[in-house]
Design a protein around this ligand. Structure first.
Ligand SMILES: Cc1cc2nc3c(=O)[nH]c(=O)nc-3n(C[C@H](O)[C@H](O)[C@H](O)COP(=O)(O)OP(=O)(O)OC[C@H]3O[C@@H](n4cnc5c(N)ncnc54)[C@H](O)[C@@H]3O)c2cc1C
Ligand code: FES
Length: 600
């Protein structure tokens, strides 16, 4: 197989001894309020490492010596600079890292979906997750790029007689995640008043991260977040992968969380219009609310498909947990037809194969994913679907949905072909949910995307926008304004908007990253491949073990992979550092250089 990365030697998980329960008497509080029992410096010359799990006041006051475990985990020479190792402390594992001669230790599992971070990419003070590209600071454990809401716990490290010793809070070792400390609202608020200092329209990842960032960064005024959904924020990206999951299973934060952090969440509240002169929004039910700062993050909605027979039942667009649950309920041993070969359509087709009697996919292109992943990759993935009993009707479109007693029975194609169908899922793209802003004066392009600056600021002072609806300058593509409708990007937009609302003047800097999952395999993708003119493939497409580099002229602009981790995260590191990758570099098949390029 061509193009294998020469990987660093695998290092085994090793426990030398689980020393303690022989605890330090009490933790000495350092002046910054963090527990730092080893604050008088470490033999390896590194400054004392503070433990963030101790930074929550509630935890701090309750931590007792027996809440901690201490273990000698390896010899100082066991790790080279730039290496990571998962180590066992008896009560749980930690990720031990050596960079620039210093050791640090953080949680070993990504708080997003639990990926082993030891298989990720260590680079310039952070580790990037191998699965979906979230980044964590190795000193603070803080999440620096997304997806995911939580950060990692950090653990104290010291070197004694050439042994590396980690001291960790047992609870933090178990949970492997840490929610950042947040302020509460200190403004006098009458919940019935129609005024909020910050009003967030939309409770998807962009809206949610905006609200959380404000509280994490010390914002103490009122925050109201409203959503048309009847649910609390949930993991929408899982809908097409796990159709049976309920809104409860997919919930991102509990109601208690919102109450504890004074983030007022209004569900089933649709905004009908925004008046930028009086700084007032009007809800569909007639209520009005004034705002000082507004963040618009209303996401996408499915692009409607034109066909005859609109009143026939059991035809779905997939947007909500109810849509997903209904599809799953109706499809057992029935004939399912998917219209559209986008990521959503294809994920649903894959998820239905073990439930439905038959699964047929109708696509307007010659192969699925051709526009995003290219012809060759699209064909390889199509073959995987065919092997799993999925029938394709490509270069085709739907003309009619025919029913019997109002229920779907047949899907008629423009070619004249008639397919038996009991359930149909339409996944033919999406449009920005911004029609309510048409008369507002907020600048939108001809397709309804809101154009924003690098600070996620619209043309109207005090109004920010982010997530799927935003056209923003992407530094990776010379600040060309682009739309990147990814879960990860929406998080980052929310964070940047919040910081700028607080006057921090922060420009967006991130590498687009997304994934899709089918038949237990994941496609990972980083960069922005729009307008690519060639694809360089290394690995084996037939085996579905490959990396594809999308190039424009002589530059690599995006990368996709299957079964080739952590190459997409590695390339994302190179892109993120501002260095380019040349087409000739990836054509050789030897990509060992990539390891250095991403970490220098
Ligand atoms: C089925 C499915 C699977 C996906 N899978 C993936 C994946 O695997 N990987 C990936 O990277 N991306 C995936 N995506 C895309 C990803 O979900 C989006 O990029 C992301 O959700 C965008 O976040 P957002 O905050 O901009 O908006 P959304 O998450 O769409 O949230 C929009 C919010 O705005 C609210 N809203 C809309 N209009 C109004 C209004 N007028 N008044 C009040 N509230 C309003 C909605 O109720 C909702 O709360 C998937 C999308 C879908 C639908
Ligand atoms: S599991 Fe780490 S980013 Fe998703």
């Amino acid at each position: 197989m061509g193009g294998c990365l020469s990987k660093p030697k695998p290092v085994e998980v090793k426990v030398e001894l689980t020393l303690l329960e022989k605890e330090k008497e009490t933790d000495v509080m350092s002046p910054n309020g963090k527990a730092s029992p080893f604050s008088d410096g470490r033999p390896n010359g590194a400054p004392g490492h503070c433990s963030d799990e101790d930074s929550t006041p509630a935890l701090r006051s309750h931590h007792k010596p027996h809440d901690y475990v201490e273990a000698s985990v390896c010899h100082v020479k066991d790790l080279e600079n730039g290496q990571m190792r998962e180590v066992d402390l008896g009560s749980g594992r930690a990720l031990l890292i050596k960079e620039h001669g210093e050791f640090s230790a953080i949680g070993h599992k990504c708080p997003h979906y639990g990926a082993p971070l030891v298989k990720g990419v260590l680079s310039k003070g952070h580790v990037r997750c191998p699965w979906h590209g979230a980044c964590f600071n190795i000193s603070t454990g803080d999440i620096e790029d997304f997806p995911g809401l939580d950060s990692l716990p950090t653990f104290q490290v010291r070197v004694e007689k050439d042994k590396v010793i980690i001291r960790a809070n047992k609870q933090a070792l178990q949970s492997q995640k840490r929610t950042k400390v947040m302020t509460k609202c200190s403004a006098v608020v009458n919940a019935n008043t129609g005024f909020s200092h910050v009003l967030i329209i939309g409770a998807g990842p962009a809206g949610l991260v905006c609200a959380e960032t404000l509280r994490q960064e010390g914002f103490t005024d009122r925050i109201v977040m409203c959503t048309m959904d009847k649910h609390q924020p949930y993991d929408r990206a899982k809908l097409s992968k796990s159709l049976e999951s309920t809104a409860e299973h997919l919930r991102l934060r509990s109601m208690e969380f919102f109450q504890n952090h004074d983030i007022e969440l209004l569900t089933e509240k649709e905004i009908a219009s925004v008046d930028v002169r009086s700084k007032t929004v009007t809800f569909r039910d007639g209520l009005k609310m004034e705002y000082r700062k507004l963040f618009i993050a209303t996401g996408s909605k499915p692009k409607p498909l034109n066909y005859k027979g609109k009143d026939v039942e059991n035809v779905f667009y997939l947007r909500t947990p109810e849509d997903a649950n209904n599809i799953a309920r109706l499809v057992n041993n029935k004939n399912a037809v998917i219209v559209g070969t986008s990521f959503i359509g294809m994920e649903v087709a894959a998820a239905l194969t073990d439930k439905a009697h038959s699964v047929s996919v109708i696509g307007i292109e010659s192969v699925p994913f051709r526009k995003v992943l290219g012809e060759k990759v699209g064909k390889a993935i199509m073959k995987m679907f065919e092997t799993n009993r999925v029938k394709f009707y490509m270069l085709n479109e739907v003309s009619e949905m025919r029913g019997q007693h109002g229920q779907l029975k047949e899907v008629v194609l423009k070619s004249g072909k008639v397919l038996r169908a009991d359930v149909c899922v339409i996944g033919t793209g999406s449009i920005p949910a911004t029609s309510f802003l048409k008369q507002s004066g907020i600048h939108m392009d001809s397709k309804g995307f809101i154009t924003v600056s690098k600070m996620m600021q619209t043309n109207v002072d005090g109004i920010f926008a982010g997530g799927d609806i935003a056209m923003f300058p992407l530094s990776l593509r010379s600040n060309k304004k682009v739309n990147v409708p990814h879960w990860q990007m929406a998080h980052m937009h929310g964070r940047v908007a919040a910081l700028n609302m607080m006057g921090r003047i922060v420009e967006i800097k991130t590498v687009p990253y997304f994934w899709a999952a089918m038949f237990g395999k994941s496609i990972r993708y980083a960069g922005h491949g729009e307008g690519f003119d060639d694809v360089v493939i290394q690995g084996d497409l037939d085996e579905l073990k490959f990396v594809a580099f999308y190039t424009k002229s002589e530059e690599v602009v995006a990368v996709a992979s299957m079964n080739y981790d952590p190459i997409v995260s590695r390339v994302a590191e190179v892109f993120g550092s501002g260095k380019g990758i040349k087409k000739r570099d990836v054509e050789t098949g030897d990509m060992s250089w990539l390891i250095d390029k991403g970490t220098q």
